[in-house]
Structures are given as C-alpha cells and as structure tokens.
Design a protein around this ligand. Structure first.
Ligand code: HEM
Length: 158
C-alpha cells in the first residue's frame, strides 16, 4: 500500500520536475539572450524549481529506503545488483544521477545569488545548472522504451 502510494506520487511528480526544469531553463536562456536583469520573480521561479526537485528526491529516498521491493534487493548487495540491468538502474544509477542533479540545482542556485542582480549573470549561472541537471534527469528517467522502462503515466491499477 505504502509502496503503491509513493510510486504513484513519484511517478506523477516526475512531470513537475521535467516541466519546471524546462520552463525555468527557457526563461533563463531567453532573459540572458535579451540582456534582462534578475528580478524577485526570477528568484521565486528558481526557488520553486529547486523545491520541486527536493520534493521528488525526498519521495525517491522514501521509496529507496522504506518501500521499494526492488531497491530493497539492490541494497542487500550493490555489487550483485550491478549485474542485473533493472536492479543496477533502480538501485544505483537512477538514485545517484538524480541526487547529482539535485546537488547541481542547489549549487547553481547559490552561485546565481552570489552575483550582481542588476546584470544578466544570474541567468547564466542558474541556466548552466539547469542544463546540467536536465541532462542527468532525462538520462535517468526510466522511459518506456528502455528494457527496465516504466509507463509515462501511472494509475492505481497499474
Ligand atoms: C529528479 C529526481 C527524480 C525523478 C524525476 C525520478 C523519477 C522516477 C520515475 C519516473 C520512476 C518510475 C515510476 C513508475 O514506475 O511509474 C522512478 C522510480 C524510482 N525512483 Fe526515482 N526519480 C527521482 C529521484 C529519485 C531518487 C533521489 C531516488 C532514491 C534515492 C529514487 C528512487 C527511485 C526508486 C527506488 C524507484 C523504483 C521504485 C519501485 O519500482 O519500487 N528516485 N523514479
């Protein structure tokens, strides 16, 4: 029951992660290219993006340590999990890649705040972080066409 609920939340929340990353990333690219200066609304957008990632990481950790049968098998022996594609993905590659994306998001957010708001520099700093994070996120999502792929949408009966 806990597993089904967390998996459902984690599955749908992936879209909040993807959409906020793309929207805030597009805003950074556009504002940087047109020489805009950083505003309070940009700071609020960046905070929303980092918080959405943090929430997804928290759901993932709850799955990983308390609810997921696959993660439980992988955690028993990461060495053995490495030789099984699905266990390797959900037990090692997916969590590490997503944690790295979240760490980069935080670092770029801190970096963006440590510069002059009246310039376009904060957009460049946050934008670089977003670019790195989206690559890691898109590579670590279990897209349906992969051997260990999962559905794009998850419903209670799945
Ligand atoms: C940006 C962050 C993340 C995104 C976008 C993401 C996305 C996803 C997606 C789409 C699934 C498949 C859901 C389904 O079957 O419908 C999944 C499964 C899973 N994720 Fe994440 N995830 C993220 C972070 C994490 C983190 C940080 C961890 C662990 C520390 C984690 C652990 C897991 C586990 C264990 C599963 C498989 C659960 C199971 O099938 O029992 N995720 N994730």
């Amino acid at each position: 029951m806990l597993h089904a609920l967390l998996l459902w939340l984690h599955s749908w929340f992936r879209w909040a992660v993807v959409v906020t990353t793309l929207v805030v990333g597009a805003r950074c690219a556009w504002a940087w290219a047109s020489g805009k200066s950083w505003s309070q609304r940009d700071a609020a957008r960046a905070r929303v993006w980092v918080s959405v990632l943090d929430t997804q990481v928290l759901l993932g950790m709850l799955l990983y340590f308390f609810a997921s049968p696959q993660a439980a098998i992988a955690r028993q022996s990461l060495r053995a999990a490495w030789s099984d594609p699905s266990l390797r993905f959900f037990g090692i590659q997916h969590p590490l890649s997503m944690l790295a994306a979240a760490a980069i998001a935080h670092a770029s957010w801190v970096w963006a705040r440590r510069t002059d708001d009246a310039t376009r520099e904060p957009f460049r700093r946050l934008g670089l972080g977003i670019l790195a994070a989206i690559v890691l996120i898109l590579l670590a999502i279990p897209w349906p066409f992969l051997t260990y792929g999962r559905p794009l949408t998850r419903f209670p009966w799945q």
